[in-house]
Design a protein. Sequence first.
Length: 43
Amino acid sequence: MSESTSPLKVCFNPQCRASGAEKWRKGWMLRSGEIVELCYRCG
């Protein structure tokens, strides 16, 4: 069993939740300071 070196990205939009998109866009900042990632369609 091999592990992937890059985690699978999932769109932060709860109504979308797309994964495996080729292009990602930055969304808003969370309280933790992290910036959410949205798929190109949602971003």
